[in-house]
Design a protein around this ligand. Structure first.
Ligand code: SF4
Length: 456
């Protein structure tokens, strides 16, 4: 009998042994379970990474990382112990091959990028931009993006407990790096949040609020609870989604008594008012789904919220294989009760070319995962097209594969086109990574870059 392309086997979740890492050899289970301990021991620089892995990585890796931080990185380094521990989970730094395995590790590839990961000729697409989705242009009030007719995105704060190399909000989120300064909010936090609330109170067409950042796990809980409680008082708001990668990166936070009790209060009010609260997290690799992550997700579901869903990002070297994606989705679904929901194509921010997939690759992956997961848990693969919004990858209107230009249409106006009669007739472009194009396509882009006005 010929084997299926993907063979499902239920796999037990595993919490890798953090004591295999020399820097954490004496860390107790109690400390590991503490959100404060995790936050205090995040790896923020090369010196701290050296302390954690001891002599496990060769000097080539550190030099590669240092060069990336000096010349390419758009996000500063911030990796919680929980995430470091899921890198190369089966080897200890003393084992032969640890350094090579660390280089190749799917979580390392996007959380601790190094210079040689990036594409040498095209580290950035010539049309890449810092706020590639133009969210700030669509701010109704500072930090509140009104892109879709019925939905808004509230960026409550510009920080996270972990910083991801490919972050789509690299313009705003995190600390400045050697090559990127960050946009700063002009209003103070409480004034910004009050202005958002006022806008929502006077916008009856909005029914759905994505409460994001950054990551809501960095908002002091009482302030987050009061913001969500305020949303629950607005009659037209029916869906509230809290965006937190920290459910995976810092599950210890979501397991604290303060957060569990507070979420239960919010869920109780939400149920009384027929409003759905969900948590949206961001997991990109199966090895990130550990028993602690599952416990955090189930603790949140236990408070009575509607769902916990995953919005991953397709990243070359992390999850660009069918098997990796299906392993991740089954790990989320089987034991963590997290619903696979979306996989986004990586946005066109600077430095992301080596991570990005072409539209054709994303279409193929969507094709290849169909039929294995339950339909309700089969994630859609999404291209977030600038000035359009999320489109399923098979919704493309036209696709020039030679030049890697896909053309998309839309059926609503974003906030910047409310007076534009042609907005729904126009086609909007998205671009494949140039290094994947046939020779003729690459030459087209080289010629276009040589005429700067055509890429401005
Ligand atoms: S957690 Fe989300 S917002 Fe924060 S750095 Fe990562 S991708 Fe960006």
């Amino acid at each position: 009998m010929i084997e299926q392309p993907y063979v499902y086997r239920h796999k037990e979740l595993v919490e890798p042994d953090w004591q295999r890492l020399p820097g954490w050899a004496d860390v107790s289970r109690q400390d590991w379970a503490s959100a404060q301990w995790q936050r205090a021991h995040c790896v923020k620089n090369i010196r701290q990474l050296r302390q954690v892995v001891g002599g496990g990585l060769d000097e080539r890796f550190y030099a590669d990382l240092e060069r990336d931080q000096a010349e390419r990185a758009t996000m500063s380094m911030l990796v919680p112990p929980q995430m470091i521990n899921t890198m190369v989970p089966h080897l200890s730094p003393a084992d032969p091959g640890f350094s090579e395995a660390f280089y190749a590790d799917p979580v390392r590839r996007y959380m601790i990028p190094v210079f040689t990961d990036r594409h040498a000729d095209w580290p950035s697409h010539p049309l890449a931009s810092r706020d590639s989705l133009h969210e700030a242009e669509m701010w109704a009030v500072e930090g509140l993006t009104h892109r879709y007719p019925t939905k808004v995105l509230a960026e409550l704060l510009p920080t996270c407990p972990q910083y991801c190399g490919h972050c789509t909000r690299m313009d705003l989120v995190g600390n400045p790096t050697a090559v990127v300064d960050k946009h700063k909010f002009t209003l103070g936090r409480d004034d910004r949040l009050s202005a958002m609330m006022e806008y929502l109170r006077t916008s009856p067409g909005v029914r759905d609020v994505v409460v994001s950042g950054g990551d809501v796990a960095n908002m002091p809980w009482p302030r987050l609870e009061s913001f969500v409680a305020g949303l629950l008082e607005i009659e037209n708001i029916r869906d509230i989604r809290l965006a937190t990668k920290a459910l995976m990166g810092l599950p210890q936070y979501w397991l604290t008594d303060e957060v569990r009790a507070g979420m239960e209060r919010l869920a109780t009010v939400a149920r009384q008012r027929d409003v759905s609260i969900a948590i949206h997290t961001h997991v990109n690799a199966a090895q990130s789904v550990t028993p602690l992550v599952a416990a955090a997700a189930k603790a949140m579901l236990g408070t009575g919220i509607r769902d916990v869903r995953n919005q991953g990002v397709l990243l070359r070297g992390t999850n660009d294989k069918t098997e990796q994606l299906l392993d991740l989705c089954f790990a989320l679904l089987d034991d963590a009760k997290i619903m696979p929901y979306y996989f986004y194509m990586c946005d066109m921010v600077p430095g992301s070319e080596h991570w990005r997939l072409s539209l054709a690759e994303a279409q193929q992956l969507q094709h290849d995962i169909m039929g294995y997961l339950p339909g309700f848990a089969t994630p859609r693969f999404i291209c977030d097209v600038p000035y359009v919004g999320k489109r399923w990858v098979h919704q493309v209107a036209r696709y020039d594969r030679e030049r890697g230009i896909s053309y998309w249409t839309k059926n609503y106006r974003t906030a910047v086109e409310l007076g534009d009669p042609m907005a729904l007739q126009r086609e909007y472009e998205y671009y494949d990574p140039i290094h994947l194009l046939p020779q003729a396509g690459q030459e087209y882009w080289r010629a276009r870059v040589a005429t700067p006005a055509s890429v401005g």
